[in-house]
Every structure is written in C-alpha cells, then in structure tokens.
Design a protein around this ligand. Structure first.
Ligand SMILES: Nc1ncnc2c1ncn2[C@@H]1O[C@H](COP(=O)(O)OP(=O)(O)O)[C@@H](O)[C@H]1O
Ligand SMILES: [Mg+2]
Length: 369
C-alpha cells in the first residue's frame, strides 16, 4: 500500500477547483497547511473571504478528493480559514492604509433602500467574521446614526500625524457619520467641495485600523457631488441598489454609467422591495413589478447579487436602530441579505484575484508571441 505523504495530499487538492475562480486550490495558493501523521491527514484551506458562499462545498470537495485518493486514511480533517484579498494595484493603501476593500453602495434615486442595504450588508459581513467599517457618505441625509441606534461622538486621540478620531462601534462594525458630529436637527447646507472634503476627512482623519471591507453609504443621484465623491474615494467597486419599477431603473442606469465613467467596477445590482409576502395568506405580490434588477445587471454585464422583499420588519429595524440581520438572523429577509453579502464578497474576491493574476497572464501570453 502506498504511503500517505504531504505531496500525495497536495495532489488530491490539485483536483479541487474553486468554482468561482476556476482554478485549483494549490495554484490559487489557498492550501496553507498539510500535515500527515501515520494515517491521519489534516489540511487547512484559506478562503479569500470569510463570507464565501461556497465554503461548505469546497470543504466537502477537499474531503472527498483526499478520501478517494487515500482510502487507507483513518482521519481526514479539513479546516477552513479566511484572509480577505485587497484590491491589487489600487490607491486605497495611500489614504486608507490597512483597508483592503472599499465598496460604495449607490442608487440613482433616494428612498430605494440604499442605507438599509448598506447597514445590513455591513452587519452581515461582520457576522461572517470579516472586519467591517461603514462610512455615511450621505452627508445631506445621514441615516446611519438612526439605523444603527447610536449618536455617540467619536473620541479624539493624538497621533504622530495629528489628532485623529476613533470610529464609533456598534453591532460589530466601525462607523463614521456626519450625524455624530453635528447637533440634532441642525440644518446642514453643503456645497460640493465641502461634501467631498468631509468624506475625505472620514478617510484620512479616522483611525480605521485593519478592515476587510469599508462600505460607503453614498448620497442618491448622479450629480456633480456624487461624481466628485466617486473620484475622491479610492473605490474597489460599487453596488447599485434599485427597486424593480422602470422609474427607479432609469436612474439606476445613470448611476451605473457614472461608475463606468470614473472606471470604478460595478460589483453588482441589488433589487430592493422585490416582492411582498402577505403574512396572513403567504401569497407573494410583485408590487413594483418583477425582474428589473436582474435585467439591469444583465444589460450592463454585471452580477445580480440578489433581491430583498418588502417587509415591515425591515423598516421597523431601521427606525429602531437594530438592523434585521442582527435582530432576526433566521428570518427569510435576513437570509436574503446574507446571500447578497456572500455574493458581493465572492465577486470582490473574483475581481481581486483576476486583477492580481492578470499581469502574470499577460507575461505568459506575451511570451507565446
Ligand atoms: N425592503 C424593505 N422593506 C420595508 N421597508 C424598507 C425596505 N427597504 C427600505 N425600507 C424603508 O424605506 C425607507 C427608505 O429606505 P432607506 O434605506 O433610507 O433608503 P435610501 O437610503 O435609498 O434613501 C426607510 O424607512 C426604510 O426602513
Ligand atoms: Mg440613505
């Protein structure tokens, strides 16, 4: 009988592909540890995000491949860890050292649920084990303080590069909002440069430390201010939130075009208020029509990340400052957000790994000429 070796186990793992990244785990450098003691095998696989939707599948594929090649093994342990990839070659490092990915949550229209999605997405990513921050870049209508139930003023600390703010923390995420810095209901009249200046300060004068994902809740619309913000924030990518009806889609298309114009990749589209399930009958109603978000994603060659139903409990969560993914993790609507968060994290990993591999591929392809 052949002996089990580290190399024979690695060969089994070479047969396991990451279904999203279309390459095997060894080539992707995701196998971090292989130990063989007699007939027991232990391997550690490092995913590109803790919110990987394919975690269980990859784990069982590893187990099955090792088992098939080593029938004599009497113990096979596959442990899954994660280290989020940063966006290769991006300018994030300059202004936000330690932050791996910056994601804008945007929409063409106000009131479509951008803040609701941003807040719940951030909390869902944190619940999966990621380090997450959230910046309220909607300085005209900051809703993060209300939606995350805090009005705490950020503390200041002295640093070698001047005084800095420590972000407020709630529900496992770090937060910054203009709402923390102004008096209740004080009218805020911002002009464009002031708006982008404030968001710039939220990046450079706040101690964010290490983050896997920093989410920006953007102001609605596609005017000068939004365009300036997209150019001010070094963005890994953007998510477009829309409701299914045409009036919302028209504006969502404009938002997509705006990101294309400034070369920010659109990670995908989220459809909010997709449908309503009547609590008494269980019947499903497509209040604003059906399939608009999916159509938008398809038209623009981007991913449909998922839909979220209309549910009064989502609104109540927002008004009461307790995000529904936190409060009702087992509800159907929380599962929808979790799926959206996982799809987003997976797509960010795909984009990052492709960007990191692209120069190498160019060299390989260039050699063939
Ligand atoms: N899926 C939903 N079901 C029920 N209420 C929702 C849903 N999404 C958003 N809302 C509510 O709609 C209002 C507007 O949402 P908000 O997230 O503030 O939109 P935006 O940030 O795009 O202006 C809020 O009161 C919010 O609680
Ligand atoms: Mg909002």
């Amino acid at each position: 009988m052949s002996k089990i070796t580290r190399e024979s186990v690695l060969n089994s793992l070479r047969k396991v592909n990451d279904p999203d990244l279309h390459r095997d785990l060894v080539t992707l450098n995701m196998v971090k540890n292989v130990s063989v003691e007699g007939n027991s095998i232990a391997v550690e696989v490092e995913l590109t995000t803790p919110a990987c939707p394919l975690k269980d599948k990859i784990k069982s594929d590893c187990y099955n491949s090792i088992k098939a090649d080593h029938p004599e093994a009497d113990a096979i342990a596959v442990s899954m860890t994660a280290r989020v990839l940063g966006s290769a070659g991006s300018k994030v490092e300059d202004i936000l050292p330690g932050v791996k990915n910056t994601i804008a949550v945007a929409s063409g229209k106000g009131g479509v649920g951008k803040s609701t999605v941003a807040v719940n997405l951030a909390v869902a990513l944190a619940k999966q084990g990621a380090k997450v921050g959230l910046i309220d870049a909607d300085i005209y209508g900051p809703s993060i303080p209300l939606m995350l139930g805090t009005n705490e003023q950020p503390k200041m600390v002295e640093t070698p590069t001047g005084p800095k703010m420590i972000p407020v923390e709630n529900f496992g995420i770090k937060l910054m909002s203009i709402g923390f810095l102004v008096e209740d209901n004080a009218p805020i009249i911002w002009r464009g440069p002031m708006a982008s200046g404030a968001v710039k300060q939220f990046m450079s004068e706040v101690l964010w430390d290490e983050l896997d994902y920093l989410v920006f809740d953007m102001p609605p619309g596609t005017g000068d201010i939004q365009l300036t913000l997209c150019q001010t924030i070094p963005l890994t990518g953007a998510i477009i939130v829309t409701t299914p009806q045409e009036v919302s889609l028209i504006d969502a298309r404009k938002a997509l075009k705006m990101f294309n114009r400034v070369n920010v990749p659109v990670i995908g589209v989220v459809e909010n208020m997709s449908y309503f399930i009547a609590p008494d009958t269980g019947n499903k109603y497509d209040i604003f029509g059906n399939g608009g978000g999916e159509k938008l994603a398809l038209e623009n060659d981007t991913r449909f990340l998922g839909g979220l139903p209309i549910d009064p409990r989502i609104r109540i969560g927002g008004d009461n400052g307790v995000p529904m993914v936190y409060d009702m993790p087992d509800s159907d609507h929380a599962k929808c957000i979790l799926e959206i968060a996982q799809n987003m994290a997976a797509q960010v990993s795909i984009n990052n790994i492709n960007a990191a591999l692209q120069p190498k591929l160019d060299i390989i392809l260039g050699d063939e000429d």
